[in-house]
Design a protein around this ligand. Structure first.
Ligand SMILES: [Zn+2]
Ligand SMILES: [Zn+2]
Length: 330
């Protein structure tokens, strides 16, 4: 099969992904084999490809927002031809302290799709049968793909921030994840304040009904109950913190930050303000979010790329060159 393979991480401009013919995955016990119909491109794929997070395999096929059709390994619950989604959490041990306390997102021995096992920048992929999610009819392949990490993790970020219906919520950065989160927030009757770099991202935020839109570290005109940061930048986290009311929460939706700058405790964190990171997702987050997405007819803005253009897709994500999400169609 054709796949985009990473052997040596490097600057994405140097095209570190090689498009090659590799053997198809073989069916393993407890797994399903999928024909990949679409695979979303996530900023984490960029961090893996550029080596911001250290490699775990000598050769890996990235991609963890897979829409696939089951072609082997079917079960009574997952018959042949079922269309399913695969996300970043590809499996957990089910036995560690976190797994037994409903925090499987923090599992001590997790499998990460497209990082510790091969992902979906390929024509075929293998996935654990208990970690795939049947997809609602309402969502077509292209538009379902970005929901599988950008969407689910954005949704989890709103949960981690403790978002309540009707609150004022700030989104700092407006890429693939945030442009889905804003629609969830509107479904919850929240007012949304967006700070982001790039004129086209600001225009998109406006068109999606943001109450206020400003530049990257610009402070919204009123105090926020919650904020979620999406940019891989510590300065943005501090800007979000400076926008909160007492008792407010910043949730950091980033697997990697450039650095965390020093900041003034007395004015920024005192008053029971909180900073929380958002790590991975649980299967319950995925199911709850996909159900909501179908209900509110969530429709991501997407730009599609061929498998041959996997490097170009990641470069576009790095440069914030597209609005919404990038999706690879193998
Ligand atoms: Zn575990
Ligand atoms: Zn992701």
């Amino acid at each position: 099969m054709k796949a985009a393979v990473l052997t040596a991480p490097g600057n994405i401009a140097q095209k570190p992904l090689r498009i090659e013919e590799v053997p198809c995955p073989t069916l393993q016990p407890g797994h399903v084999l999928l024909k990949v119909r679409a695979c979303g491109v996530c900023r984490t794929d960029l961090h893996i490809t550029e080596g911001d997070i250290p490699p775990r395999l000598d050769h890996v096929i990235p991609g963890h927002q897979i829409v696939g059709e089951i072609i082997d390994g079917a079960t009574p619950e997952l018959p042949i031809s079922t269309r399913v989604g695969v996300s970043w959490i590809g499996g957990t041990d089910g036995t560690c302290w976190y797994c037994s306390h409903a925090m499987e997102n923090l599992c001590d021995s997790p499998t990460f799709t497209g990082y510790t096992v091969n992902g979906g920048y390929a024509e075929y992929a293998s996935a654990r049968a208990d970690f795939v999610f049947p997809l609602p009819q309402e969502l077509d392949d292209l538009h379902a793909a970005p929901l599988l990490c950008a969407g689910i993790i954005g949704f989890r970020s709103l949960r981690v921030a403790g978002t309540q219906h009707g609150e004022r919520v700030g989104l700092f950065g407006f890429g693939a994840s945030a442009h889905l989160a804003i629609e969830v927030l509107h479904a919850w009757n929240c007012e949304v304040y967006v700070s982001t770099r790039g004129e086209s991202h600001r225009k998109l935020a406006e068109s999606l009904g943001a109450k206020w839109v400003g530049s990257e570290t610009e402070k919204p005109p009123c105090e926020l109950d919650r904020a979620v940061t999406f940019a891989p930048s510590g300065d943005v986290v501090v800007a979000a913190l400076a926008s909160l009311r007492k008792g407010g929460v910043v949730a950091i939706n980033a697997i990697h930050l450039d650095r965390m700058p020093q900041f003034d405790y007395d004015s920024l964190l005192w008053g029971e303000r909180q900073i929380r990171s958002v790590a991975n997702m649980t299967r319950a987050d995925a199911r709850d979010f996909l159900e909501l997405a179908a209900e509110i007819k969530l429709h991501p803005k997407v730009t599609s790329f061929s498998l041959d253009q996997a490097n170009e897709a990641l470069l576009a994500v790095k440069k914030d060159a597209i609005d919404g999400a990038a999706v690879i169609l193998p």
